[in-house]
Write a protein that binds this ligand. Structure first.
Ligand code: M6R
Length: 607
């Protein structure tokens, strides 16, 4: 959740750290801080609120030094105040620590330190790590080794010590850490986006690793032994990470969907684009052919992609498919074994709950796959078979292009399963043809109708509650539309299967209540229109996502957000676009921070 950076190199640390934190801010943005190794002391700057406050603090008299650490926080222990911001230091101010994660034995450690008379200056679990390191003896590496066994929970930590002015030490158990290898510098970070513009050569740290990082080298130990970790080269383009002339990352990312989808489709097709290339998917053909059941595990928006995936996979392959929240799977004792394909679906590849669910599947002998947007992430490295959605870096906290490429990946996965089960026929080539045309349909959906969006935006911006309705595999799209609206506009919105309205939610309706519905041409559209008549009869105002030419929808809906007609299997992807644009416009209309909505963070690396 938090963003971490550590620097040791040729240059002044503060500009590098602030630049890195700016790129990491989407991981947490309620306070920020940095520490730089000065000639005799470690200088610490911290500020509550957005990174801009820290930048202002550092602007006039930036601490000078070429070794340091920085942090942007998503609060767990203690309010987002200056005192609780990171870096946290030990009692003597000799050691400074930045941390992502949660210490589960926080209360015990805190009591122990207080009993020993250690003055604690914050409510954080991070300070406990700094204090423990300060009370241990030896080099910083030896102190980390000594303290590591005392820490229970999930953590990624970067520390500096006044006694070792040319060293940064990083250690992890859970949340990710990478070491960027530059020409005359090393950068440790929680996320490659912090260092991509400086180097593309990275070392991924594994759980239990302690990395002692100097300007030209990094020594890594795990469980008392020196270990070699490969230097990998990233293929992401740092240039894709600015706003590219758009007002917000979210809007830019909505507009990037035609390309993201095109790239994802093409990445997994054979040369003449008539079939899925299983080799590229990383699946062992025989092992995949043994699969009898599928479990899809994910959180948030990625979970909605799984709900659509269940429809697609069951319809196209006949394989029973279950969908679980990552946070629920391991606690429900799922019936999982070697005949199951468990797929962790995650944009970041770092969502703690999804990773834990995948771990459970792996331990039970299931074939483990992931649909993920970050090569080299934890889910990527854990899985036996991987599909990389080719969305590129997604910075806006509200997921857009990652979601639609996940939906594309679900179609490709279903096609792959058909292939290994010998089910492929003309249907497959037709689906592929439709997939190849999809980017154009997405472009048309993005074009939309200015007037309709203006009306719909006004309606929602003035409301306090709304309901999103869909049926079949468009019900998950209603859920996704409602999530998008609530996470960036803070308006209450719920998704429902349209047929459920009269079993309770219809009681909510009053004059002018907004209902948003996903209504492209399907065999159940007539039934949906019947449901809409019922809500209109009770005063609701209906905003429908439907084909421009759908006269039957136009008769029932007050506002139509237009989409082009596409094959039924691809309707979930195309109908998502207007709901993204609507949520975006409402948030802008309300003057809210679209890319960094309150209380959220892009990557949820704690349980
Ligand atoms: O990185 P992941 O896909 O695993 O993230 C899962 C959710 O945290 C994420 O989709 C979240 O719901 C987004 N903010 C939705 O826009």
């Amino acid at each position: 959740m938090c963003g971490i950076i550590g620097y040791v190199g040729e240059h002044q640390a503060v500009p590098v750290i602030l630049d890195g934190l700016r790129r990491l801010e989407y991981r947490g943005y309620d306070s920020a801080g940095l520490a730089v190794m000065g000639a005799e002391t470690i200088e610490v700057l911290r500020a509550a609120g957005k990174l801009a406050n820290l930048e202002e603090l550092a602007f006039d008299q930036p601490p000078r030094g070429s070794v340091g650490v920085g942090h942007t926080r998503w609060a767990t222990h203690g309010a987002p105040t200056e005192a609780n911001a990171h870096p946290q230091v030990d009692a003597d101010g000799h050691i400074a620590v930045v941390h992502n994660g949660i210490l589960e034995n926080y209360a015990d450690l805190r009591r122990e330190l207080l009993d020993q008379g250690v003055p604690l200056a914050s409510d954080t679990d991070t300070e406990l790590i700094a204090q423990l390191l300060g009370r241990a003896t030896g080099s910083l590496f030896e102190r980390v080794e000594a303290v590591l066994s005392r820490l229970v929970g999930q953590f990624a930590v970067v520390a500096v010590s006044r006694d070792e002015p040319n060293t940064v030490v990083a250690f992890r158990n859970g949340p990710p850490l990478v070491v960027g290898v530059g020409d005359d510098e090393m950068i440790v970070a929680s996320d490659v986006v912090a260092l991509l513009h400086r180097t593309k050569r990275v070392i991924y740290l594994e759980n239990g690793d302690i990395a002692v990082v100097h300007q030209h080298e990094a020594h890594i130990h795990n469980d008392g032994r020196a270990v070699d970790r490969p230097v990998e080269t990233l293929d992401w383009d740092a240039g894709r990470m600015d706003k590219g002339g758009f007002r917000h990352y979210m809007l830019k990312e909505i507009h990037e969907q035609p390309d993201a989808i095109r790239n994802t489709v093409r990445a997994y097709l054979n040369a003449d684009r008539t079939a899925v290339n299983l080799g590229d998917l990383g699946f062992d053909h025989d092992r995949l052919a043994e699969v009898r059941r599928i479990h899809l595990v994910a959180c948030g928006t990625s979970w909605h992609a799984c709900l659509v995936g269940k429809f697609l996979i069951e319809r196209l392959t006949g394989l029973p498919t279950e969908v679980d929240y990552g946070s629920e799977y391991r606690y429900r004792e799922p019936l999982v074994g070697p005949d199951v394909l468990v797929v962790g679906v995650t944009q970041s590849g770092e969502t703690a709950d999804t990773l834990a669910a995948m771990e459970l599947g792996k331990d039970a002998g299931a074939l483990l796959g992931t649909i993920c947007n970050v090569r080299g992430s934890s889910s990527w490295r854990m899985a036996q078979a991987r599909m990389l959605t080719q969305a590129g870096p997604e910075i806006g906290v509200a997921s857009t292009k990652a979601f639609t490429t996940q939906l594309v990946a679900m179609v490709l996965l279903a096609l792959a399963l058909r292939q290994v089960r010998g089910l492929s026929d003309g249907t497959d080539t037709e689906i592929i043809r439709q997939l190849l045309r999809l980017p154009l349909a997405i472009e048309q959906a993005i074009e939309g109708s200015e007037e309709a969006y203006d009306q719909a935006t006004q309606l929602l911006a003035e409301a306090t509650d709304s309901l999103f309705l869909g049926r079949g595999c468009l019900y998950p799209i209603a859920l996704e539309g409602a999530l998008k609206l609530k996470e960036i506009s803070y308006l209450h919105a719920e998704g429902y299967p349209a047929g459920e309205m009269k079993h309770g939610p219809i009681a909510l309706l009053t004059e002018g209540f907004p209902i948003v519905t996903v209504a492209p041409a399907t065999p159940t559209r007539e039934k949906l229109l019947g449901n809409l008549m019922e809500v209109r009869a009770r005063g609701a105002v209906v905003i429908a996502v439907a084909e421009r030419e759908a006269a039957d929808v136009a008769q029932v809906a007050d506002i139509v957000l237009p989409i082009p007609a596409v094959d039924r299997l691809l309707q979930p992807i195309v109908t998502t676009i207007p709901l993204q644009l609507l949520a975006y416009r409402v948030a802008v209309e309300l003057g809210l921070d679209v890319d960094q909505p309150r209380n959220l963070a892009k990557s949820v690396t704690v349980e």
